[in-house]
Ligand binder design. Structure first.
Ligand code: ZN
Length: 524
């Protein structure tokens, strides 16, 4: 079995433009766990307060498939491991797994750490032993393993052995600078395999475009644990992209890795990460990119229509991707059926409303809506198509104004809302237009739906999207909400950011009201 170790939340966040709030991190961890990766590296508690907060909040969550790992380094030189605050924070994170990195390369030992080769070995051994004594599953990341080995093989092996003898459960050889070639990775991994008895892992970077190839070379040569990030996020040109490694292991190498039933959700996982990181998805990403199965050339399209295999290395629906020619909407259809069932609707491929629903969703997607991280809005669209119930409320009119007096600016929102036969008119102030609209909407609705008191907006993201029809660029707003037990996302799209925000807000509150378990409020 090949273990998948996801480091999107740690190494991935060192990439340019990738930042996650604590809430984002928790949502990503949940998503990764649901997908079925074996380890989730949540962060480096010794490096920033946000990661400490993440581990604090993660303590109350249960993960079904993955084991949570805290990341850190070996103890500092010349102090006792028990006196090292950074190591103490690793234990405070209370994760079942702790991953520490240490030095393999003499250059780093002498010139970066400025210590002796012996002290470096002691730093590795002391830290691993200390973590093992506290009952942790310890993964030792050998930084610059390949460059270090090439420089001084004997010392490199000594560092890995120090970790093994101190009890490390897995020793991961890291191509930290990302410049190695697959043949070198394989040769050095084979030597490590012949010398060590512990499980071996591989951690690579994509600096010369070989992150995935190098990881596979490591796996073929004896590693059974692979580290990487979703979509290849990471410093410089990124980490090994596990969004590619996982389907290669599954479909090309037929190796046992994450469970097979997860793969149709791979594209969604990739998009979820882009949405959460607020990164424009890369259409050329292998396997999951929107262009990965696009056929434009006339001859290709023609051939693909006759024999699908003629220009595709695999059936895109196996990883939840779709072919971009209008031959069949079968994949889209089964995705929606799956989603609708997940949301509690009785639906099958032969449900008559399915076709109208699909057409409507495609039209919305064409306008710039995306539902990967807006399950609340998708549920409302599906519900609208399935049942003819009236929405819990309708916004008839609104007005938002911004005033500035000296340094202080205030937003005021006025909304006119209809609930059944009743009409409500409310004014509220807020920090910004969205906040003011939210306050006014709640003030109008709370009398009818007191349960909205528990609904909180947890996140708000704005993206300018390319026009698909040649007109002006549009704005997409995605709001995340929570009522303390469930979390959901909603989306709005318009030329105007306030209008887009209102759509997402209305969906957020509407979904809170129609969510399974809250149905009574709708039919009343
Ligand atoms: Zn790395």
């Amino acid at each position: 079995m090949i273990e998948i170790y996801d480091t999107t939340l740690r190494d991935g966040t060192q990439g340019e433009g990738v930042t996650f709030s604590v809430t984002d991190k928790l949502r990503v961890a949940e998503k990764l766990d649901a997908f079925g990766v074996h380890f989730i590296e949540g962060g480096w508690p010794g490096s920033n307060p946000r990661d400490i907060e993440f581990f604090e909040q993660a303590k109350s969550r249960t993960f079904r498939n993955a084991r949570l790992a805290a990341f850190g380094s070996t103890r500092r030189k010349d102090i006792a491991v028990t006196a090292d605050d950074q190591v103490r924070l690793l234990l405070d994170a209370e994760t079942p797994v702790v991953t520490i990195f240490g030095k393999t390369w003499m250059l780093h030992v002498l010139e970066v750490l400025q210590t002796t080769p012996e002290e470096n070995l002691a730093m590795i051994a002391d830290t691993v032993r200390h973590l093992k004594a506290h009952g942790k599953y310890v993964i030792y990341d050998a930084e610059h393993a390949f460059d270090g080995y090439k420089d001084n093989a004997e010392y490199a092996l000594a560092t890995w052995k120090a970790a093994e003898q101190a009890g490390a459960d897995c020793i991961t050889l890291c191509d930290t600078n990302g410049g190695s070639l697959p043949a070198d990775i394989a040769a050095i991994m084979r030597t490590a395999r012949a010398t060590l008895t512990a499980q071996l892992g591989i951690h690579t970077h994509d600096d010369i475009g070989l992150g995935v190839a190098n990881a596979l070379a490591g796996l073929e040569a004896g590693a059974t644990h692979v580290q990487g990030t979703i979509n290849g996020y990471g410093e410089r040109t990124g980490n090994c992209n596990i969004t590619s490694v996982m389907p290669i292991l599954q479909f090309k190498l037929h190796q046992d890795t994450v469970r097979a039933s997860a793969f149709p959700q791979l594209k969604e996982l990739s998009q979820f990460l882009d949405e959460t990181a607020n990164i424009r998805p890369n259409p050329r990403l292998p396997w999951v990119g929107s262009g990965a199965f696009s056929h434009k050339g006339g001859a290709h399209v023609n051939a693909v229509q006759k024999v699908i295999r003629s220009y595709e290395h695999i059936d895109p629906s196996l990883i939840g991707n779709t072919r971009h020619i209008l031959v069949s909407d079968l994949a889209g259809r089964s995705n929606i059926v799956m989603k609708a069932r997940e949301l509690g609707f009785e639906i099958s491929n032969s449900t008559p409303q399915l076709r109208t629903m699909l057409t409507h969703i495609k039209e919305l997607e064409h306008q710039g809506f995306e539902f990967e991280s807006a399950d609340g809005s998708l549920a409302l669209v599906i519900r609208q198509a399935m049942t003819e119930v009236t929405p819990p409320f309708v916004v008839d009119a609104y007005n938002v104004s911004v005033r500035r007096d000296g340094d202080i600016s205030t937003c005021e929102a006025i909304v006119k809302v209809r609930v059944g036969e009743q009409s409500e008119h409310r004014v509220a102030e807020g920090d910004g237009p969205v906040n003011a609209l939210d306050a006014a909407l709640r003030a109008a609705l709370i009398r009818y739906y007191p349960q909205l008191r528990d609904v909180k907006l947890t996140d708000f993201k704005v993206r300018i999207i390319d026009s698909r029809s040649g007109t002006a660029a549009r704005t997409r707003v995605i709001i995340q909400s929570s009522d303390g037990t469930a979390e959901w996302g909603t989306v709005g799209v318009d030329d105007n950011i306030v209008e887009a925000s209102l759509q997402a807000l209305v969906d957020s509150l509407s979904y809170a009201l129609i969510r399974p378990g809250l149905n009574a409020a709708v039919t009343a």
